[in-house]
Design a protein around this ligand. Structure first.
Ligand SMILES: Nc1nc2c(ncn2[C@@H]2O[C@H](COP(=O)(O)OP(=O)(O)O)[C@@H](O)[C@H]2O)c(=O)[nH]1
Ligand SMILES: [Mg+2]
Length: 204
């Protein structure tokens, strides 16, 4: 069998600065967490190959190097994306209120269509300073017709699940024009991609 992927999925992390996008990336790719507030400096891109159905697929995951502060930069970053996580911090109401801006950004871009979107409430390990409830976030996501995940990059809770769901949703979306993945193919997906490892790149 050829080792050249016949398809590739681009997945990006979007949302306000300091919501924990880089921490989610680090937790998923390297299973580490860094309390350092400067962890956001230096963006990364990670890639791995998995089998989806009978297709060798390259999964390309992008983290910003703080470009989310500059709208014009963000456009370049999410171009051609198949899946987009919009992340907010459950302890920061502004980051939740700004979700609409991120949706508008994506939906107004004519180059973006058929992108899977998942809303992610991060820092759920923090109980005392939480200001956005599960119910409120869930209601918002339901109104937007997207899924909602509560996670903690710090503890690792929910991180694998949010990525499993995204990859699975993209696979279904891509294949829906042809044929839906069978349920057993979906479950193979998870075990297949746990066997392979990420290649990590830095970028400026
Ligand atoms: N308690 C807690 N802190 C987090 C979590 N995720 C990120 N942080 C902290 O939030 C700050 C911003 O995180 P970072 O990943 O740089 O956010 P980014 O700007 O969205 O990439 C850092 O100090 C992180 O250590 C989390 O799940 N729980
Ligand atoms: Mg960052």
């Amino acid at each position: 069998m050829s080792h050249i992927p016949s398809q590739s999925y681009k997945i990006v992390l979007m949302g306000d600065s300091c919501t924990g996008k880089s921490s989610i990336f680090e937790r998923y790719i390297r299973n580490t967490f860094n309390d350092d507030t400067n962890s956001t400096i230096g963006g990364s891109y990670a890639s791995k190959k998995i089998m989806i159905g009978d297709k060798l697929t390259s999964i390309n995951l992008w983290d910003t190097a703080g470009q989310e502060r500059f709208r014009s930069m963000v456009k370049i970053y999410y171009r051609g994306t198949n899946g987009c996580f919009i992340v907010f911090d459950v302890c920061n109401r502004d980051s939740f209120n700004h979700l609409d801006t991120w949706f508008t950004e994506l939906y107004n871009d004519k180059n973006i269509n058929n992108t899977e979107i998942i809303i992610v409430g991060n820092k759920c390990d923090i109980i005392d300073n939480r200001v956005v409830s599960t119910e409120e976030a869930l209601l918002y996501a339901q109104n937007k017709h997207v899924e909602y995940f509560e996670v903690s990059a710090k503890s690792g809770n929910g991180i694998n699940e949010m990525f499993d769901t995204m990859i699975s949703n993209i696979a279904n979306n891509v294949n829906s024009k042809k044929i839906h993945l069978l349920n057993n193919e979906k479950s193979n997906l998870k075990s297949d991609y746990q066997k392979t490892s990420w290649k990590l790149f830095g970028y400026c």
